[in-house]
Design a protein around this ligand. Structure first.
Ligand code: UT7
Length: 336
């Protein structure tokens, strides 16, 4: 048995900065409300016609991760792509990355686990590496939310939160099993599937043909729906649980955590978790202020920035944790 280790990280966000004041010009919202409830100051949106897509941003992040890992693209044995906003309903973006990076015909898997997608992704990669099946796995989280949001007052409670961007990691075989990814912990509770969801074009019993036939301009099937307070209440409980689960599995205490990189859902959630585990400000990495919630991309973007800023060092104990739509949630305990 081997461990897997993150040997390269990269991220990409569009240049286009959208501030809270920008949003207040197109819907009934304001900077004070957004900052007070979420901590977000600005986010990035792709610009129509500029060519940025979920796949292309993932490819850009992947190129940086590959270069930093010091490997060749043809050393990659498998691709895992986590997103809720694929370029196409099918096929998923994994194969588009294989094509656009010009990688040989390795397997490509799409993960549909929304905010916890990157943790699910590295967990999958970790299992393949542990068993010896693959040596280097590329894991990407990327989202273009801006195209799918209701940018009117009707959609403000969801649309002000989300932003676009991508992050990527190369996981590689590590022979020293005291290093790298020590464990991952995954959960779901489908009972609450519709509390944070976008129903079209799958739709359950209402088909796309029905939407077209009804031709109703007020049809909300293609808009994301979030029961914000319910999601918030579940998030703080599940984040805490799954971090404790990860620590206990490795005989660690909260005081052993050098850096917690939580999914950037809401600064208030991160602050709640920080307080609960008694962590100092420099032990929790937050960048939601600059990017909003980028769902599957949020952890790899945050992890890349934390690493770039020298906040993740050799020998550190790192905790990644996420909760979101599904509900799904998970954690990863890493010895860097
Ligand atoms: O990443 C996936 C996981 N997602 C999460 O973890 C998100 C969890 N939920 C949240 O972060 C929060 O619930 C939100 C930030 C989404 C909303 O904050 P809230 O404190 O739960 O606000 P609320 O939805 O209860 O709305 C409070 C008020 C309402 O007005 P009334 O009914 O009190 O008059 C809303 O209509 O705020 C109003 N409101 C807004 N006002 C200005 C909702 N959205 C906005 C807005 N600007 N953008």
């Amino acid at each position: 048995m081997y461990n897997s280790k993150i040997i390269g990280l990269g991220h990409y966000v569009p240049d286009n900065v959208v501030t809270n004041d920008d949003l207040s010009k197109i819907m009934d919202t304001n900077d004070a409300w957004i900052q007070e409830r979420t901590g977000i100051k600005e986010r990035r949106y792709v610009v129509k016609g500029d060519g940025d897509t979920t796949t292309s941003m993932g490819v850009k992040a992947a190129k940086v991760a590959i270069e930093r890992a010091g490997i060749d693209k043809d050393d990659i044995d498998f691709i895992v792509f986590a997103t809720l906003s694929p370029d196409y309903y099918f096929p998923g973006p994994g194969v588009l990355v294989q094509r656009d990076l010009g990688i040989k015909t390795v397997g490509a898997l799409d993960v549909r686990n929304q905010c916890s997608g990157f943790i699910y992704g590295i967990s999958v990669a970790d299992q393949y590496i542990k068993t010896g099946m693959y040596k280097n796995v590329l894991v990407i989280g990327s989202e273009v939310h801006s195209h799918g949001l209701d940018m009117t007052t009707r959609g403000r409670s969801v649309s002000v939160i989300f932003g676009d961007g991508a992050g990527a990691a190369i996981l590689s075989r590590e022979e020293d099993t005291s290093k790298g990814i020590l464990s991952t912990h995954l959960h779901s509770e489908g009972q609450h599937a519709e509390e944070l969801s976008l129903l079209a074009p799958g739709m359950g019993n209402r088909w796309v043909s029905d939407i077209i036939a009804d031709n109703d301009p007020n049809d909300e099937s293609y808009l994301p729906h979030m029961n914000g307070q319910f999601v918030f209440k579940n998030a703080v409980v599940r984040f805490s649980e799954v971090i404790v689960e990860g620590l206990e599995a490795n005989n660690l205490q909260a005081s052993d955590i050098d850096m917690l990189v939580p999914h950037q859902a809401n600064l208030r959630i991160s602050q709640f978790i920080q307080k609960k585990f008694g962590l100092k400000d420099d032990q929790v990495f937050n960048n939601i202020m600059n990017y909003g919630n980028t769902t599957a991309a949020s952890i790899p973007i945050a992890l890349t920035e934390a690493w770039e800023q020298g906040k993740v060092k050799e020998g550190d104990t790192l905790v990644l944790a996420a909760f979101g739509s599904g509900f799904t949630w998970g954690s990863a305990i890493i010895k860097w």
